[in-house]
Design a protein around this ligand. Structure first.
Ligand code: CMC
Length: 422
């Protein structure tokens, strides 16, 4: 078998042989296909990058048809069952499960960097009382880059390590600050004696610095698993933003602000928030057919369904659905669960969804869990961003070290007026 593609340009009758590597042709190999010497050569047109690989990556593998997700080769089901979020973050960034001593150093490094500069608190105070917490995260991540000018030293491994500690360490603190700000309640400082997610719950739900509060271990564990499931998802919209901004050699705080902005949108990280709003709008099981009618006529989306890559049940949705029951044992059943289960049942036997291969995605049940744990809907995407920071950083570092990568700068097909004079 020859790993090449032979193409005939019917405009000129010329034939070209193009190499195939890793199941792809190089877009630049098409440049040689021209109709004249001043022709710039053939381009590929792919809005939304539906069939274009922007990088080579050894971090996350997805088989959308089979519903498979693996980080560094490990199935997501095994990681969710046997690992902690910080181990998985290490795995994503370093490529291997940490040894005991490596894990200790990793956890210590992250824990040491959970505090934020006091001026970040003041910066948060500047936001309007009803500012969306995700907007605050985007703004504050960008602001953090001004606190750490050393983060510009992106080709220095020691500096990168420090910025990775800082970003993973500070994300829960920023998230909790944004939440407390929206409530007008006092900020709670990180407690470095607690685990990553227990500390996060403490900063969020401890009513005041003078009140006792113990995070529920079942909820801390559930949040840890949710973080594992959300930690990376290869070249999604926000990761693409992280890589795209990172490709200009901006510091990782600025790149992460861009990634968080991309995550904010309702078609990406904002979907879990949209799911809960949708379930609240539907309200009762008998109103599901009415809602689906509007989906059939493209007036509404069924949020939490469909995925660019998965054309099968999202493996993360399966784990989350099972975990929902464990969480509800502690918090009490979310009243919207019955609507969600019935909606899923009907949609999975509805021709509209079957023919388009639309299945529940990670967001269909995660919002219900977050709501039951006491998070307002506006915090859902923030939770996603805390977890995804691990993946963003792994992908950013991979890109920085990839000799084949240059500044992300796509081409366009110009369709405007060729030339006119004033
Ligand atoms: N509800 C109703 N129709 C849908 C949905 C949906 N959730 N998703 C796709 N479709 C339809 C779409 O209208 C189109 O129909 P037609 O062929 O008649 O025009 C067809 O299915 C193909 O959809 P598409 O928009 O071309 O698919 P895409 O790969 O560009 O979009 C998606 C993927 C996730 C943006 C989309 O499925 C969607 O909008 N889902 C709802 C939002 C959501 O749940 N997002 C979370 C994604 S998972 C978390 C993450 O990775 O961020």
């Amino acid at each position: 078998m020859k790993n090449t593609l032979t193409v005939t340009d019917n405009r000129t009758g010329k034939t070209y042989e193009i190499g195939i590597d890793d199941g792809a042709i190089k877009a630049t190999d098409l440049k040689q296909i021209k109709i004249s010497d001043d022709d710039q050569g053939l381009l590929t047109y792919d809005p939304g990058f539906v069939n274009t690989a922007s990088c080579k990556s050894s971090i996350t593998f997805i088989d959308g048809e089979k519903g498979i997700l693996r980080y560094r080769g490990y199935p997501i089901e095994q990681l969710a069952e046997k690992s902690t979020f910080l181990e998985v973050a290490y795995l994503l960034i370093h490529g291997e499960i940490p040894s005991k001593s490596e894990l200790q150093e990793w956890v210590d490094g992250i824990t040491l960097h959970t505090m934020v500069h006091e001026n970040i608190k003041k910066f948060m105070d500047g936001f309007h009382h009803d500012a969306h917490p995700m907007g605050m995260i985007v703004g504050t991540l960008g602001a953090l880059s001004t606190f750490y000018p050393d983060a510009k030293d992106i080709f220095n491994p020691e500096s990168r390590k420090k910025q990775i500690f800082r970003l993973i360490g500070k994300m829960p603190t920023l998230a909790a600050l944004s939440y407390k700000h929206s409530l007008g309640m006092p900020y709670i400082y990180p407690d470095n004696e607690l685990s990553y997610t227990a500390n996060f719950l403490n900063m969020l739900f401890k009513p005041s610095p003078s009140t006792r509060y113990s995070p529920d271990p079942v909820l801390a564990k559930a949040l840890d698993v949710l973080f594992i499931l959300h930690a990376d998802h290869e070249q999604n919209c926000s990761t693409n933003a992280m890589r795209s901004v990172g490709s200009s050699q901006a510091d990782p705080f600025s790149a992460a602000a861009a990634a968080a902005a991309a995550l904010y949108g309702p078609l990406h990280g904002g979907a879990n928030e949209a799911v809960v709003r949708m379930l609240e709008e539907i309200g009762t099981k008998d109103r599901i057919p009415e809602y689906l009618e509007q989906v059939h006529t493209h007036k509404k989306l069924l949020y939490g369904f469909g995925h660019r890559i998965y054309k099968n049940y999202d493996p993360r949705a399966k784990i989350i659905k099972e975990m929902a029951y464990k969480v509800f044992e502690v918090t009490g059943k979310n009243p919207l669960l019955d609507v969600a289960l019935e909606l899923e049942r009907i949609a999975l036997s509805d021709d509209y969804f079957i023919s388009r291969k639309l299945y529940p995605n990670v967001d269909f049940y995660s919002g219900l869990i977050y709501q039951s744990m006491g998070f307002p809907t506006s915090m859902f995407t923030v939770l996603f961003s805390v977890a995804r920071m691990a993946g963003w950083l792994a992908q950013w570092q991979e890109e920085i070290l990839d000799k084949e990568q240059g500044i992300a700068r796509p081409r366009q097909l110009y369709t405007g007026i060729p030339l006119r004079n004033l």
